[in-house]
Design a protein around this ligand. Structure first.
Ligand code: AGP
Length: 608
């Protein structure tokens, strides 16, 4: 998803803008550009494609200044071309705008401006903002921006420069994250902390409705009426090293191998082995409030929706409370049954996914208590929920979610354990589950040591055109997750299915060219999965089986075996996900795909 960077200070601005945009490449984009004020006029440099293309344009046609804005665009209105890249300029060339989000009344505004004689040079909604601010400009850039925003419907994170009111960047936030990086004699604006961390740890997260006026030695946040509002200064606690590749070929591989540590960090200080329970300080629900919950809704998107399915099974199995899992994009437009005894769990790695944020707001409007399971500290969902459980998995840069998924499952297990021990889970069973969780980091490490086996299997199937992933019970969501991993980074079509459901259609797909991945830990439904493997083999399907022990029943049924350690059923997805992540990774690398920034994908989908 698009990235915004801005700088006001004494240093040459172009290198800082380029560096900031590179730190945000992982968010996904297809064009980039900068606008720089050189003391006299605004200069714009843009390019379709990666930032390297923009650097070439700048090398051929340099620009110098100490104030500027930059943008990486993930195309929504209009193809990823130079003319559609941001920044966009006003007709008189004195205003420059970069924008994340969608202006929903763009056609009305464009027609009104065309009536006034404005000529449009792009297909974007953002260009409307540039001309509108020019039309309303009367000496003060922030007043022109405030006035323009009263006419805009939709979402935005935007930054504006002007040569007619120079020395400042005006920023505005509604639905697309923005923060101020507070320096000494210099200030930054960015979409996420990674873009400014090399220069400052002090950040001010803007809220929806905030407008910021940023100068080199000061900043202020104002509301729609230009009244100053105070926003606290937060501190970024993680280090640049955590957002570097650290010797790995790709961020995704680094994050897969970080999982023993990231899962450990998710549990740190929260697992109470002796009492067989969990301590979760941030959920902001008293003992009585927890006991009053009589139904749970879990809403999320993508990989986070898969972990939600696992959470559903955990909570229903151990707490005996009904759970509904909802795609956030569906939930927000349904007429769901919600009461003040509903707990709405909102799962999001980025904490900025537009559909998930909207679903949480809808659940709140209907009286539910909301609980965010979020990785990015200070993100919008984390700041708007009623309570939360941070994943503490560390920054996840690869677009394909890996360590966030396993940390989400562990966080859900912690929450389930805490809730179940308030209902009818015995301390004995609680201790067993707590111990099983405690053992996970070492077990994940054991699985990672099979990476070469998995790479060899990837070599065998790198030219496959279709994959089936099958599992039952807790392994069904794992099958869905394995399929998503493969298709989103290798572009091979892959489908996850409940293993038994294969007989009701997908079995027609199976032949001696079809690889079928079975997630078959020795759990409560293992024997049933064995039957499905037999059915697959009878049709000459090529079986890749993830299992936990030597099993006579599987003899002669497995083409390729991946062994994982045994754990309790509800935690098996944490261990089974790791080989599936590696399988997808190695196949994608062998196919020459862009693993960390797959085509068409964004790390955080902040538009509907
Ligand atoms: C997962 O690999 C994908 N990148 C995607 O499905 C992602 O899980 C989804 O967009 C939700 O993102 P979130 O967890 O940040 O809300």
């Amino acid at each position: 998803m698009c990235g915004i960077i801005g700088y006001v200070g004494p240093k040459p601005v172009v290198p800082l803008l380029i560096e900031g945009l590179k730190r945000m490449e992982y968010r996904g984009y297809d064009s980039a550009g900068v606008a720089v004020y050189d003391g006299t006029v605004l200069h714009t440099r843009r390019a379709a494609g990666k930032i390297a293309k923009l650097e070439a344009v700048l090398a051929a046609n340099p620009v110098h200044g100490a104030i500027g804005i930059g943008h990486t665009r993930w195309a929504t209105h209009g193809p990823p071309t130079e003319r559609n890249a941001h920044p966009h300029r006003s007709a008189d060339g004195t205003i420059s705008v970069v924008h994340n989000g969608i202006i929903e009344n763009v056609n009305t505004l464009r027609a009104a401006l065309q009536e006034l004689g404005y000529v449009f040079n792009s297909d974007t909604d953002t260009e409307v903002l540039a001309h509108l601010i020019q039309e309303l400009f009367d000496g003060s850039l922030e007043e022109a921006v405030l006035s323009a925003l009263t006419k805009v419907e939709g979402t935005y994170g935007l930054a504006v420069l002007s040569s007619r009111d120079a020395g400042k960047i005006v920023a505005a936030r509604k639905g697309s994250p923005l923060l101020i990086g507070v320096g000494h004699g210099e200030n930054f604006l960015a979409s996420d902390p990674s873009a400014v961390l090399a220069h400052t740890r002090q950040v001010v997260y803007l809220d929806d409705g905030d407008v910021a006026v940023i100068e080199h030695d000061a900043y202020r946040v104002i509301d729609a009426h230009a009244a100053t509002i105070s926003r606290k200064v937060d501190r970024i606690h993680w280090d640049l090293a955590e957002i570097e590749r650290g010797g790995y070929d790709h961020f995704m591989l680094k994050e897969i191998f970080e999982q023993p540590v990231s899962v450990e960090n998710t549990m740190r200080g929260r697992l109470i082995l002796d009492d067989g329970t969990a301590k979760l300080g941030g959920i902001n629900l008293s003992h009585d409030e927890l006991l009053r919950i009589d139904n749970v809704i879990i809403t999320a998107c993508g990989t986070s929706w898969h972990s939600a399915l696992i959470g559903e099974m955990m909570i229903e199995e151990l707490c005996r409370i009904p759970v509904e899992v909802e795609y956030a994009s569906e939930f927000r437009y349904k007429n769901p049954i919600v009461s003040d005894r509903t707990l709405c769990i909102v799962i999001s790695q980025s904490g900025e996914t537009a559909d998930t944020l909207a679903a949480m707001r809808e659940a709140k409007r209907r009286g539910a208590r909301t609980l965010g399971l979020v990785n990015v500290v200070g993100s919008t969902i984390a700041r708007e929920d009623d309570g939360g459980v941070y994943l503490h998995a560390g920054p996840e840069i690869g677009v394909a979610s890996t360590k966030a998924f396993t940390s989400q499952v562990v966080a859900l297990a912690l929450l389930t354990l805490k809730l179940a021990r308030k209902h009818n889970l015995s301390v004995v069973r609680g201790r067993e589950l707590a111990q099983a969780m405690h053992d996970l980091p070492a077990q994940i490490q054991t699985v990672l040591e099979t990476a070469t086996v998995i790479e060899a299997i990837a070599e065998e199937f790198k030219h496959a055109t279709n994959f089936l992933y099958l599992g039952r019970g807790y392994s069904f969501p794992t099958a869905l997750e394995g399929a998503l991993k493969l298709k989103e980074i290798s572009y091979i079509h892959a489908e996850g299915y409940p293993a038994a459901e294969m007989k009701h259609g997908p079995i027609a797909l199976i032949d001696d060219q079809m690889p079928v991945v079975f997630i078959a830990p020795h759990d409560a439904v293992f024997d049933k999965v064995v039957s499905n493997i037999q059915e697959c083999r009878a049709r000459h399907g090529r079986t890749i089986v993830i299992t936990t022990r030597d099993e006579p029943a599987l003899k002669g049924l497995i083409d390729y075996e991946i062994r994982i350690p045994e754990t309790v059923d509800m935690l098996s997805p944490v261990l089974a996900a790791v080989p599936l992540q590696l399988l997808a990774y190695y196949i994608a690398v062998k196919r020459g795909a862009n693993v960390d920034q797959p085509r068409n994908l964004a790390k955080s989908v902040t538009v509907e």
